[in-house]
Design a protein around this ligand. Sequence first.
Ligand code: PLP
Length: 432
Amino acid sequence: MSSLVQAKQAIVAATVRRDAVAGPSTAATSPVTRGMFDQLMVPCFAPAPFVPVRGEGSRVWDQDGRMYIDFAAGVAVTALGHCHPAIVRALTEQAGTLWHVSNWLTNEPALRLAKRLTDHTFAERVFFCNSGAEANEAALKLARRYAHDRFGAHKLRVISTLNSFHGRTLFTVTAGGQPKYAAGFGPNPAGFTHVGYNDVAALEREFALNGDDICAVLLEPMQGEGGMIPGTPVFLQAARRLCTENNALLVLDEIQSGMGRTGTLFSYMQKGVVPDIMTSAKGLGGGFPIGALLTSAEIASAFSVGVHGTTYGGNPLACAVAGAVFDVINTTEVLDGVKARHSLFIEGLKAINARRRAFSELRGEGVWIGCELDPSGKGKAMDVVRAAGEVGLLLLIAGPDVVRIAPSLVISLDEILEGLARLETALTRALS
Ligand code: PLP
């Protein structure tokens, strides 16, 4: 054997050694500051001035050791709080077992998760992906393809609602009813009509005019980003009826409302409607990126082999984590606990409001609450969130006038009370 071949073999042998664990590189341990974000990152976010480094339950600590009560859970993502032992176990066990296979193979955690989701919802088939937008993108493509194959190429119109939010891909910003997210990227996909949320007459009018061309109605059961506006049962049921009568598919976006956040596994379960397609993400992975589309076997058949796909969808790590999240959430104990927490939050918020008028309305379901600021605080939701950060509370907005609370489903009583006390201080700072 030539010395050149021997040298190459030695290089190959050295780089497959699994016993040699490299120490952390300098880059992995170098000091980090918030200022680096502005120097290094694409400026499409404006993060808070502190950098979180650790979380446990509904508490988060920053680089200086300051503790924050977490009423945000990311944005309604960490449904079981930070580092829940059941999901840490699922992740670490899976991390030592199998990380990734392509979709030319299947894997056990994905099939186990699909079984749980189909056993406990209307759905018979599941498609996994990596985010909410990607799940909605798949849902819209599936609805169009199904209509195309069954009824013809003319049936492509998607009805969605003004002020809705469905993600940031070009298809989903176009579906979303907030022009600011879709502006400047044109040409945007054609074939979308927006009607007012909860406007039954507008929906009926649209179907009367264009029923033959409509392939889907896409709705959030409650508009989250758009201001925490609950869908009325009469609107959701009218959408269901009109879809059925016109061979269109009802697509429910349960990316924020699902996985127990409203006190049932999915929100549709308490609205008297069953969708044809449903999307899930956020709480599904409890903080690990995963999205899912759920549907019937018949509709799913429009996605035959090669028609749609993704590299990471169904990743074993994500599905193992989501399986553990599912098992913790899908219990009477946790779901009833969400409803009990709702009452505690509303009671506490009303007490704050009685001491200092801050809110004109409190609305929402489960651990998903919108606090509409009183007209005197109009436009100041972000100021409240900033002030909350200063007093150790992580909080969200839903538009300029609504403070949104979306904590872990299993947040403790102590954390609720401590967080509400901090919220009251933040309101005083921001609104006086
Ligand atoms: N749909 C709804 C209702 C959402 O609230 C969101 C995110 O906030 C999305 C879709 C988009 O999800 P993602 O950010 O994971 O793409």
